[in-house]
Every structure is written in C-alpha cells, then in structure tokens.
Ligand binder design. Structure first.
Ligand SMILES: Cc1cc2nc3c(=O)[nH]c(=O)nc-3n(C[C@H](O)[C@H](O)[C@H](O)COP(=O)(O)O)c2cc1C
Length: 215
C-alpha cells in the first residue's frame, strides 16, 4: 500500500501553501483510494523544539553505531530521554512509513517557518535513511525568487530544503512548486504585480494537482 504524509506549516488558515498542498493531496487521494493518508498541521499542533534529552538520544545512536532506529527505544534510559523518545517515536514512524512526503510551507524571512524546522530537527538522526521516500514541497512566497529575479539569491527556502533532503537522506529529486509574488494580494504598492502573481498561483495549483495524480 502506498502512503502519503502531508504536512502544513503556514501560521494562517487562509493560506496559499495550504491550498497548494490540498490540491496535491486531493488528487493523490483520488488516485489512491486505498492509500494511507496522514496529515499533520505543524502550525496548529507544533512539535516541540529538541531539548537536551533528544541530543542524548542522538549521542546514543552514534555511540552504539546504530543504523536501526528502532533500537532508539532501548537507548532511552532516563525519564527525560524516555519523554523525548515518546515525542520522536510517532513522528519517526509516520515519516518512515511514507512513500511520499508532501510539505506545504510559506517563505518566512527568506527561509522556512520555525515550526517546520522543529519537525526536521526532531525526525533527523545521524546516518538515518529514508530512501526511497520522495519529497514534494509546495510553497508560497511574497516576492519572486526564480532564476534571474533580482532577489533570486535570497531564496533559502527551496535551496535549504533541496540541500537538506539531498545531504541527509540522499534524496536528489525533491520537487518544488512555488507560488510567487503573494504580497501583491495585500500590498497596494505591489498592485502592478497582481496579474503576475495570479498567473504564478494558477500555474502552481495546476502543477500541484497534476503531480498529485502522478505520484
Ligand atoms: C513572518 C513572515 C515572514 C515573511 N517573510 C517573507 C520573505 O522573507 N520573503 C518573501 O518573499 N515573503 C515573505 N513573507 C510573505 C509570505 O511568504 C507570503 O505571505 C506567503 O503567501 C505565505 O504563505 P501562506 O499563504 O501559505 O501563508 C513573509 C510572511 C510572514 C508572515
């Protein structure tokens, strides 16, 4: 059975990245009526930041040379470590069960929201493998960052996530669907960019829907 883990990270409910994620997930669920679909809202239901006990679990993995993450439960010895493990275990189980991880995320301060970073920190252990998981990231950003745009070099959202999945999980084919110039919806000074935003958003919605059918 194929499995999709769907994450949202926007702080707002009326969110473009949520709409893009819903378009992918809706198409995926229609194409896989028996598929396993899991949803996690990292903004409404945030995962805690990692703490000292989490780092002790991590040290235990390294010291034991453990490549089997299921052994982590044996390495959790103190009450604090067991409490840290109780937070990580369900997060790890759902990401490791997924064939596809869909992440809906806004660009915040040229990068990703802290809620998404907190999830990445929780679920990533040394030498952890996720292959053959595939990642699809649907984003909304206030400005424009495509190659050639004046602010292209400030895009630490796509670059970070692409490099993170490649560096940690050897996943080289993360797919990004970006809706750009969203600030034209709110900022009267950007009204002249509204049509460009609408075109970008419609193309992103179409792409998310098409990808959802194909994955
Ligand atoms: C805290 C915050 C920081 C933001 N930082 C940026 C930024 O650095 N660059 C940018 O292009 N847009 C930025 N934006 C605009 C958002 O990316 C834009 O509103 C986008 O639509 C948010 O995604 P959402 O619609 O899914 O909530 C920021 C918005 C917020 C709330």
């Amino acid at each position: 059975m194929t499995a999709l883990l769907h994450l949202d990270a926007s702080a707002r409910r009326n969110s473009l990245s949520r709409e893009l994620g819903a378009a992918f997930a809706g198409a995926w669920r229609a194409a896989h009526p028996d598929g396993d679909y899991r949803y996690r809202d990292l903004a409404a239901d945030p995962v805690p930041f990692i703490g000292e006990a989490w780092t002790e679990l991590c040290d235990g993995v390294l010291a034991a040379g453990a490549t089997d993450l299921d052994r982590l439960s044996e390495l959790a010895r103190t009450p604090a470590q067991r409490a840290a493990w109780a937070i990580v275990a369900p997060l790890l189980a759902e990401v490791r069960a997924a064939d596809v991880v869909l992440i809906g995320t806004p660009m915040y301060n040229y990068s990703i929201p802290a809620s998404l970073k907190a999830w990445l920190d929780q679920i990533t252990f040394p030498r952890m493998s996720l292959a053959p998981t595939r990642f699809v990231v649907v984003t909304a950003r206030g400005g424009a960052y495509a190659p050639g745009a004046p602010k292209a070099r400030f895009d630490y959202q796509e670059r970070f996530l692409r490099d993170f999945f490649a560096g940690h999980f050897a996943v080289e084919d993360t797919v990004f669907v970006n809706a750009e110039l969203a600030n034209a919806r709110q900022d009267p000074a950007l009204a002249h960019l509204r049509a460009q935003h609408d075109t970008s958003y419609r193309a992103a919605l179409d792409a998310a829907h098409t990808l959802g059918k194909e994955y």
